[in-house]
Design a protein around this ligand. Structure first.
Ligand SMILES: Nc1ncnc2c1ncn2[C@@H]1O[C@H](COP(=O)(O)OP(=O)(O)OP(=O)(O)O)[C@@H](O)[C@H]1O
Ligand SMILES: [Mg+2]
Length: 165
């Protein structure tokens, strides 16, 4: 392959084993400490009850959000603001089915704009939702253990992967 055809960023993968929710919290804290989190889009994959919302809660706490953190299931998106002004948009596309809602509800603008975007069930918005900087797949092994695969798709995602390692 000619040098000028080399990809700007190779996709990279990191696999973690979580023994308990403490390890979920540890990843959240590492990502929260990275400058690359600002304006990032993180997609969260995994079955019902895998731990996607739990991870978001740990991440929001690590970013200094102390108030009760609602799940966005009924609203599709729950906005938050961290101390210091970082805007955070927590999406849950589990019940998302109306394609018009993508534009009508302003989701296109949110994903094109600044701030941290987190999305559960991104597969339900396939074709509209952009490629995530970082995709995190959580698989439940037993009650507390999880196999977690982090996949970086962009330079920003690669920086987040470095922070997670
Ligand atoms: N290591 C772990 N990491 C994350 N969550 C864990 C872990 N061990 C146990 N849990 C528990 O698993 C549950 C995960 O539920 P959660 O609502 O986060 O799942 P979800 O992936 O968001 O599901 P849904 O698709 O329904 O939104 C929580 O009760 C959490 O306390
Ligand atoms: Mg959830």
């Amino acid at each position: 392959m000619a040098a000028d055809h080399l990809p700007i960023v190779e996709t990279r993968t990191l696999v973690q084993q979580w023994a308990s929710e403490d390890d979920c919290d540890a990843l959240a804290r590492k990502l929260a400490s990275s400058d690359a989190l600002r304006d990032a889009f993180i997609a969260l994959h995994g079955d019902l009850g895998a731990g996607k919302t739990t991870f978001v809660r740990h991440l929001l706490r690590a970013l200094g959000i102390a108030s009760r953190i609602k799940s966005p299931t009924y609203a599709v998106v729950e906005p938050h603001e961290a101390p210091g002004g970082l805007a955070i948009f927590h999406f849950d596309f589990y019940r998302f089915s109306d394609p018009h809602e993508w534009d009508d509800a302003g989701f296109r603008d949110i994903f094109a704009g600044t701030g941290l975007k987190l999305a559960e069930w991104p597969e339900n918005a396939a074709g509209r939702i952009p490629v995530a900087d970082l995709a995190i797949k959580i698989e439940a092994m037993n009650d507390d253990t999880r196999t977690v695969t982090l996949h970086a798709n962009t330079v920003r995602g690669s920086r987040l992967l470095d922070a997670a390692a």
